[in-house]
Design a protein around this ligand. Structure first.
Ligand SMILES: Cc1cc2nc3c(=O)[nH]c(=O)nc-3n(C[C@H](O)[C@H](O)[C@H](O)COP(=O)(O)O)c2cc1C
Length: 377
């Protein structure tokens, strides 16, 4: 059963939407995926709704057949840095694939975002599919390399985030002591794919280090995630699948010596909601009409009146299948509808906050503060 924690909510902002046709809706700015104003508006609105985070998915290689959003979009850390300056409480999560990036650079970028936002950054450390190898000078590697790389990458980034102990910087002008070199720690990691000396040149943030999310489905994925992930994205189309997957993942988290409370299960959901069932159906038909004739888009599992949707959310939450709801929206008014219609019901039920508990993402998610591995040694 679900522990007595409140539901958390994040929103995946996909610009013009995660479909081929949502950009054609009259109320959708056709350039939303590369409009800073659009992202600022969504982030401010999500913070008004007391959401835990804005989450950005990513893609590592494209071709003419991709959805419009992927054809011309922002790089995650760059846009989240901008959003950090117009928000104060909401978390900022970027997806960066470990198959293509460089661990020292990612550790540095994410730690910088974490400090710029005063402790609100999260990194979704996925492998992505192998296609991107061609864009990142790694044609010599194959699909079988992706998870071993992912494991090394995570070990390095976590190690680099402990380069300085929390109190390493003294900055005392009187004595002229800037920092305590005994509290600075090189890493000297030697792996099959990466070799990194460290230390990283940035101190720790108010939340210690960025929150780590992951997404995948395989056994290998689960073994790595059970050691490193603090939240895992799950495809939310099928309750029974999500339940089996989350139970298996929690079992492995315990085997890895962690508390199952320290891993958030985060199903993604395309919710279509109205104040009545008929209103939800009208929104669904609007999206349907944008699709080429003969093509029927499937109704999402979370569909209907605000009350119906809120009851479903409460059920998934209470049965341990959804610690954090990751909303994904195609209808231009989707986030507003959810905040205006569903959030008040969830608040009334007592399962979602009325005010932020903390100014850090970790604090709002109820995740533990990660002690520096060199503290008290
Ligand atoms: C819920 C979910 C979300 C994902 N999001 C992304 C993404 O944003 N970008 C991406 O390139 N791959 C994404 N992936 C793909 C994974 O990174 C991975 O390549 C894929 O799941 C294959 O690994 P597996 O065999 O462990 O499932 C996602 C996978 C899942 C299950």
């Amino acid at each position: 059963m679900q522990k007595n924690k409140q539901l958390k909510i994040g929103v995946i902002v996909d610009g013009v939407g995660w479909s081929y046709t949502s950009w054609r809706h009259p109320n959708m700015p056709a350039n939303a995926s590369e409009s800073v104003d659009f992202y600022v508006k969504k982030a401010i609105r999500a913070e008004e709704g007391k959401f835990d985070m804005v989450f950005l998915a990513d893609v590592s290689h494209i071709g003419p057949g991709n959805i419009p959003h992927y054809l011309s979009m922002f790089e995650g850390v760059t846009i989240l840095s901008a959003l950090s300056m117009v928000t104060s409480h909401i978390g900022l999560a970027a997806t960066i694939a470990t198959s293509y990036a460089d661990p020292f650079t990612v550790a540095r970028q994410m730690a910088s975002l974490d400090k710029i936002s005063n402790g609100r950054a999260a990194w979704n450390a996925i492998t992505s599919n192998p296609g991107g190898l061609a864009n990142y000078s790694r044609r010599h590697l194959s699909k079988d390399d992706l998870y071993p790389m992912n494991k090394e990458f995570l070990e390095i980034v976590e190690g680099l985030w402990d380069s300085y102990e929390d109190d390493a910087f003294i900055r005392d002008k009187e004595s002229g002591i800037f920092f305590n070199p005994r509290k600075m720690h090189p890493l000297n990691y030697r792996g099959k794919y990466f070799s990194v000396d460290g230390p990283l040149n940035i101190s720790r943030s108010p939340q210690g280090r960025p929150v780590i999310f992951q997404a995948g489905t395989s056994e290998t994925f689960m073994n790595i995630a059970s050691k490193h992930a603090e939240g895992v994205l799950v495809n939310g189309d099928d309750y029974n699948y999500a339940k089996r997957f989350s139970e298996e993942l929690r079992r492995r988290v315990v085997l890895a010596g962690r508390s199952p409370e320290d891993l958030l299960i985060m199903p993604t959901q395309h919710i279509i909601v109205g104040s009545t069932e008929a209103e939800a159906d009208e929104k669904f038909q609007e999206l349907q009409r944008l699709s080429p004739s003969g093509y029927r888009i499937p109704k999402p599992p979370f569909f209907g009146s605000a009350k119906t949707v809120a009851d479903m959310i409460a059920y998934w939450h209470q049965t341990g299948v959804m610690d954090l709801l990751l909303l994904r929206q195609e209808h231009p008014s989707g986030i507003d509808d959810f905040i205006d219609l569903v959030v008040p019901i969830l608040q009334e039920k007592g399962i979602f906050r009325r005010e932020y508990e903390s100014r850090t993402l970790r604090g709002n998610l109820g995740l533990p503060y990660p002690e520096n591995r060199y503290a008290n040694v």
